[in-house]
Design a protein around this ligand. Structure first.
Ligand code: HEC
Length: 95
């Protein structure tokens, strides 16, 4: 793959993450930084992907299980890139 094709692909993946992230803000707050529900911007991409896969496997039996059940690995990676690129919240909850 040429360098320009690679960056076009990366760009498309980021845009997909932006799109999918619209489904998360109702609960996690704009930018993913709710204080009532765990903030999802403080996680590394690796932690984020691990958590999402864990929920998708049915672990935890909470709302995140249904939220993740139809996401592909690519969706989860795109979401991880989206939220890992966000700044830390101003009102940090200590996580
Ligand atoms: C209906 C409300 C709701 C929606 C929509 C939602 N979440 Fe969640 N999310 C929660 C709740 C509640 C928790 C805490 C669950 C627990 O106790 O493990 C959580 C936990 C998480 C966690 C783990 C945070 C941590 O530090 O433990 C991640 C990551 C996450 N959500 C990502 C997402 C993403 C990405 C989306 C959009 C695809 C999304 N959530 C949509 C309610 C929601």
């Amino acid at each position: 793959m040429s360098t320009s094709a690679q960056s076009a692909f990366a760009q498309a993946a980021i845009d997909r993450g932006d799109l999918l992230a619209l489904r998360c803000v109702a609960c996690h707050g704009p930018g993913g930084t709710s204080s009532a529900i765990p903030s999802i911007t403080n996680l590394s991409e690796e932690q984020f992907i691990a958590k999402m896969r864990q929920y998708r496997s049915g672990a935890g039996k909470n709302v995140m299980v249904t939220r993740t059940s139809r996401l592909t690995d690519e969706d989860i990676e795109a979401l991880a890139r989206h939220f890992a690129a966000r700044p830390r919240p101003l009102m940090d909850d200590g996580r």
